[in-house]
Design a protein around this ligand. Structure first.
Ligand code: N7H
Length: 481
């Protein structure tokens, strides 16, 4: 039977509620004590059922609050009773092997089993020039053996840290050599009116797939995918129509792809300012227009297909309309083929989308990291403080989800168009191991075949890993003991 109480909370709906989020990467040193302590951690894990209840409590709280503000009456629930935080746990293939799970190799996802480091070059990540052969230019923590990650979300750094202390206390109760910290990364929702926007300034998290039987009331334009696109062993976890063989404990688990993606914000802004082509309408803001054409949405989130020449915040803020659009197949007068959201979800561009697009849709759960751009950075156009996105997505199959999207769509100059106009790489995340140039077409509406050079990459991968987020029953039985 399918139960939300069995599934970790970050996977479904919109994930764990978060203002700030901590990723604690660890290595398992003492397998026996880890396994016995893990069973005591399981009750702390936030399930999809709890995450969903929380959200409706928070919504109710906000409605009450608004009522009180306008009418001065009504009983406001005490915010202290609302849990805005959550805890989830996931393991790398090395971690699952280390635990000694006997049929670990039957999980049957070669990319997961090899680990992300092995795939770095194929993903287009840059080489470290000081290393022979290919070693990606990643932060050192991702070059080490990582066994697992604990995700903690909450409303302040203080809450996260105290939650982390509780988790560590449980895991290391009898033995403080049970696990070793590899690194602790903290992301934050951006402040003020940039809440929900990533660091380039664009509203994020608008388009998410609805999951069959879970998100029963999809918004206009939202695609419903089979449960098995996200959850292992569910309907749709298949290859060529055949269910993929997986061990029993894989049921209702999901692969978590984590990427640390720093963004060169002042450099991106300078590029837009210096390279924005003129358009016939003299009232258009050509700088913002170029950005919107590269992303496929304006900074407000309004899709360029429905707001062709200027931003439309009213459209962006209307959930009934902000995701309801399709690209015109074979044409890029309005939205370049290389626009990030067209590459990642080519709605209207392919035949049989149920087979060609839907299996590749991913729930995204990332969070920005790093501070706001400083005056000095803005004035010099040079990034001095690292900032970007801790990208997280879930899928039942990495070769259809994250890896597919990065390699076969973002990094593939020929996708999605069969027309003679060569789309070029995804303007935001397309990458070439740092070597190639990135030329796209479709930026100039009057001549969509005209090449347009993106003179740099503004999103530069610094590493990541593939994890498996097991179901609660699997955590209690197979992973713990
Ligand atoms: Fe992307 N950005 O600011 O440009 N992304 N993304 N992404 N992304 C989306 O529609 C961004 C990254 C997807 O269904 C929006 O919710 C940045 C990776 C997918 O229409 C914006 C980075 C991958 C979608 C951004 C980054 C994806 C999507 C519009 C890195 C997968 C939904 C908001 C720093 C390999 C497409 C929205 C759809 C949307 C940005 C990374 C995938 C603004 C800055 C690595 C599937």
């Amino acid at each position: 039977p399918f139960s939300l109480a069995n599934i970790q909370g970050d996977i479904l709906y919109v994930g764990l509620p978060k203002q700030t989020q901590l990723f604690f990467f660890f290595e398992i040193l003492d397998v026996n004590s880890f396994r016995s302590q893990l069973s005591k951690l399981v009750p702390m894990i936030t399930t999809a059922e709890q995450a969903q209840n929380n959200r409706s409590d928070i919504r109710k709280f906000k409605v009450q609050e608004r009522k009180q503000a306008t009418q001065g009456d009504g009983e406001t629930p005490h915010p202290g009773t609302l849990r805005v935080g959550g805890v989830n746990i996931a393991f790398s293939a090395k971690g699952i092997n280390k635990l000694g799970i006997t049929d670990a190799n039957k999980i049957n996802d070669p990319l997961f089993q090899a680990g992300m480091l092995k795939e770095a070059q194929d993903l287009g990540d840059r080489a470290n020039p000081d290393k022979p052969g290919f070693e990606p230019e990643w932060d050192t923590e991702f070059l080490q053996e990582i066994h697992g990650v604990i995700l903690i979300t909450g409303d302040s750094h203080a809450t996260l840290n105290s939650q982390l202390e509780d988790v560590k206390c449980i895991l290391m109760k009898d033995n403080n050599h049970t696990i070793k910290e590899i690194s602790k990364l903290v992301g934050d929702v951006r402040p003020g009116n940039q809440r929900g926007h990533e660091h380039f300034g664009y509203k994020d998290g608008i388009s998410q797939p609805a999951v069959e039987g879970v998100d029963v009331d999809p918004l206009p334009g939202q695609t419903t995918v089979k449960q098995g696109v996200v959850l292992l062993r569910r309907d749709g976890d298949e290859d060529n129509g055949q269910p993929i063989a997986r061990p029993e404990w894989a049921l209702d688990g999901s692969f978590l792809a984590f990427r640390k993606l720093p963004q060169k914000v002042p450099e991106f802004d300078t590029f837009l300012r210096e390279n924005a082509p003129t358009v016939p309408d003299p009232t258009a803001n050509v700088v913002d227009l170029l950005g919107a054409r590269l992303v496929g949405r304006w900074k407000s989130g309004a899709p360029i297909v429905e707001a062709q020449l200027r931003d439309d915040p009213g459209l962006a803020d209307d959930p009934q309309r902000n995701n309801l659009f399709e690209f015109t197949r074979g044409k890029q007068q309005i939205c370049p083929f290389a626009a990030h959201i067209r590459k990642m979800n080519p709605r209207g561009d392919l035949d049989k989308p149920e087979n060609s697009v839907n299996p590749h849709l991913i729930p995204r759960r990332g969070i920005p990291f790093g501070g706001e751009v400083t005056d000095e950075e803005r004035n010099t156009g040079v990034t001095l403080h690292e900032r970007g996105l801790y990208f997280v997505c879930y899928q039942s199959n990495l070769s259809k989800g994250f890896s597919f999207l990065q390699r076969l769509w973002a990094n593939n100059a020929k996708f999605p168009s069969p027309s003679p106009e060569l789309p070029g790489l995804d303007a935001i995340i397309g990458q070439t191991t740092g070597g190639g140039t990135r030329t796209i077409t479709g930026v100039i509406s009057e001549d969509t075949n005209q090449p347009f050079d993106l003179t740099a990459e503004w999103v530069i991968s610094k590493g990541g890993e593939y994890f498996f987020s097991p179901s609660l029953p699997a955590l209690s039985s197979t992973f713990a003991m």
